[in-house]
Design a protein around this ligand. Structure first.
Ligand SMILES: Nc1ncnc2c1ncn2[C@@H]1O[C@H](COP(=O)(O)OP(=O)(O)OP(=O)(O)O)[C@@H](O)[C@H]1O
Ligand SMILES: [Mg+2]
Length: 260
């Protein structure tokens, strides 16, 4: 992969009170790449991606998007750079259908200023056809959909507005095995379209299935980053638990110092 990185985060830090939630973290993401972000509770994973999505303002560090220094200080800025986030809660409006969710707050209007339901449904069918061709339940409120189908509606909403960078925070935490597999298919589809994805997960198996690289955080610091083909799952567990960086990984500031 020799393309320019979509995202480069360099030396990102943020503290809450006395706690260094993210401490000089650096991480990049290439087009069509899935990078899994792993680490224990409180390691700083969500905080780091919330800085990228503009939910938090970093204390220091720089973000580059396709090689250019980016000013990301709020969620609106992040969207301008094509960064979309899907939180675990999905934030769907339960009582309306897929199309209404797709255009929530960005509704299409007719030239008379009324809601253009026909166009919105047509667009919804187009984008869902790309993501999840078996999806048929366009007329139902999303509360009636399965977890996997709800996830595809949330992803459709994120990518419809030209996301190039997708952040998924624990996308499968509330899903059963079959729906987890469905989300995996969605991720592969997005990857094939050149979208870069940060995937936060507690499930190391999911991450190994889907990610090209993994980045492990501990106590706000990056322990290391590795191609999934260069490390074993046991080695990655060692990174998560002990902060021990194996030979196949590039160590970060949080790597345990080598025994003398
Ligand atoms: N808004 C906040 N105010 C104060 N402290 C915060 C805030 N957000 C996060 N923290 C702290 O920052 C640290 C990193 O938390 P973060 O949520 O990023 O961890 P995480 O790796 O996403 O964990 P989890 O796996 O539980 O989601 C924790 O010590 C957390 O308590
Ligand atoms: Mg988190």
């Amino acid at each position: 992969m020799t393309a320019k990185p979509l995202v480069e985060m360099r030396n990102i830090s943020i503290a809450f009170g006395g706690i260094r939630a993210v401490d000089h973290a650096s991480l990049d993401l290439f087009p069509g790449e899935v990078v899994g972000l792993l680490g224990h509770n409180g390691a700083g994973k969500s905080t780091l991606i919330k800085i990228l999505s503009g939910a938090y303002r970093r204390d220091s560090g720089d973000i580059y998007i396709t090689g250019e220094k980016a000013e990301i200080n709020n969620p609106r800025d992040a969207k301008k750079y094509g960064i979309e986030t899907i939180y675990q809660t999905l934030a769907l409006a339960d009582n309306v259908d897929a199309a209404a969710n797709l255009f929530l707050g960005r509704e299409l209007k007719t030239r008379w200023g009324t809601l253009d339901d026909v166009s919105m449904e047509a667009e919804a069918r187009k984008v869902m056809g790309r993501l999840n061709p078996r999806f048929r339940r366009f007329k139902e409120p999303v509360i009636k959909l399965s977890g996997g189908q709800r996830q595809s509606v949330a992803i459709a909403r994120a990518i419809y507005f030209n996301a190039r960078i997708l952040i998924m925070d624990e996308p499968t935490a509330a899903l059963g095995p079959q729906e987890t597999a469905q989300v995996g298919e969605l991720v592969k589809q997005l990857k094939a379209e050149g979208i870069g994805i940060f995937l936060i997960s507690h499930d190391i198996h999911d991450v190994f299935d889907l990610a090209d690289r993994v980045c492990v955080m501990k106590n706000g610091q990056v322990v290391g980053t590795a191609r999934t083909s260069d490390v074993t799952q046991d080695e990655v567990l060692g990174m998560i638990i002990l902060g021990k960086c194996p030979p196949g990984a590039v160590p970060g500031p949080g790597a345990m110092p080598m025994a003398a």
